[in-house]
Design a protein around this ligand. Sequence first.
Ligand code: GLC
Length: 440
Amino acid sequence: MPKLISKPEYEEQTAASRDRRMTWWRQARFGMFVHFGLYTILGRHEWAMANEKWPIHEYEKLADKFRPNPGAPKEWAKLAKTAGMKYMVMTTRHHEGFSLWNSKVNPYNSVNYGPKRDIVQEFVDACREQELKIGFYSSLMDWHHPDGGAAAYDSTARKRFNDYIYSLNEELLSNYGKIDILWFDVPRPMEHTEGWNSIEMNQRLRALQPDIIINNRSHLPEDFGTPEEHITAEKDRDWEACMTFNGLSWGYIDSKRVVPYSYNVQQILRMLATCSAGCGNLLLNIGPAPDGSVPPEVVGPLAATGKWLELNGECTYGKIFNFNNLAVSAFKGMGGIGNRLCSISKKENTIYVWNWIWPSDGELIIAGLSGKLKSVYILWNGRSIGFTQEKLRIILKDLSEDNCDKIAGVTVIVLEFESEVELIPHATLPALASGRTFDI
Ligand code: GLC
C-alpha cells in the first residue's frame, strides 16, 4: 500500500509526471473505443438494462447467450491498425456489471458464463500483437451489484461498494502487464470525490501502473478531458473527444438500422481535423456484433481513413498547435470569409490546409495568414504548387485536378513559412472586406 498523500500533493505529483506519461498519447491522436458486453446481444443501446427496467435475474440470462468468436479482439485490433489508430480502449465492464475477465471479486463474468474465456486477456494480446497502446474502460457505476444504488445513502453499503470497485480495477491493473490508459465512466451514485474516495483510489491504482494515464471521470480532473459526442477543445489541457460511429449508440445496433447514420471517411477526417486543430485526440467507437465481428458499415470508412493517413498522417499525428477560433480561409467565388471550406492545423512554421472542396478553376485563396510564405506543396504526392502572396492574401495557382486526393477527396495543402505564422483573428476580417482602412 503506497503512502497516501493529500489532494494538492497528489495533483502536484501527477502534474509533474504528466508530460512524460502523455508523450505517446499526444503523438497518437487517434484511437479506437470498443463497446462490447451483454447489451451487445440485445442490439439496442448499451443502456438497455436500465432504460427498459430489466429485472436483474432476467438480464443475467443473457450471460449464457454471450458467445463471441475466439479471436474477435484480433479483428478489432487489426482494423484499428489499418485505420491508422494508435491505441484502443475496451469496455472491460460496462454499467450492466458483467466483467469480461476472470474476476475473483465479480463472479458475474465471461469466464464463469457464456464464452468461458477471458476477453480482456484476448484484447490485451491483440493490442500487443498490433503494437497498439492498451486502454481499459471501467465503469464506476454497477447496476448488478447489490450496493450499486444503496451506496448513495448508506455508508456501510458505500464502503463495500468502494472496496468492490477498487478491487475490480486492482485486478485489471495487476494481472495484464503494462496498461496505458484507465478510462473511468459514470461516477454514480456518489456525486463527489469524497463519496468515491477518488484521491485514495486513484493513488493506489497509480502505484500499480506508474505510467498510466487516467481520464477525468472519477470526479477528479486527472490527465485529460473527455468531451462526449462533440468535439470541443479544452483550454490548456489535454482532451480526447469520444464519438460513437453513428450518433446513436455505443453498443451494437443491427446494421440494417444504423447504416444511414454511420460516418463516412470524409466525416471521420473532419473530426480528425477538428481534433488536430485543437490539439486533442479522437477516440472513435465501434460496437462489434454479438459474435464479435466488426459491423460492415464501420470497416470501409475506417480502412479508407487509414489509407488516407498513410499519405497524410503528418498533419494529424504529433504536436499540433492550437489554432482554435483563429483559422480563416476564403474560397474564391464563394464570397465571404469563413473557415468551413477548409480546416487548418499548424506545426511550427508549417500550415496544413485540409481542403474539403476542390476548386473547379484551379485557384484557391487563403486569407488571414501573416508571415512570408516559402513554399507550397500537396501533402499526398509532394508536388509543389505555384502561389502569389500579397499582404494577408495567398493565392494558390494551377491546382490541377490530378492533385486532388484520390481516397476521400480531402486534399491537404502544405504551406511552409519562413518564420512562425500568425493568424489574423476572424473578427478583424470583415473590416478589411468592407474596405475600411486597416493597415495590414
Ligand atoms: C456515457 C454512457 C456510456 C458510454 C460512455 C462513453 O457516459 O453512459 O454508455 O459508455 O458515455 O463515453
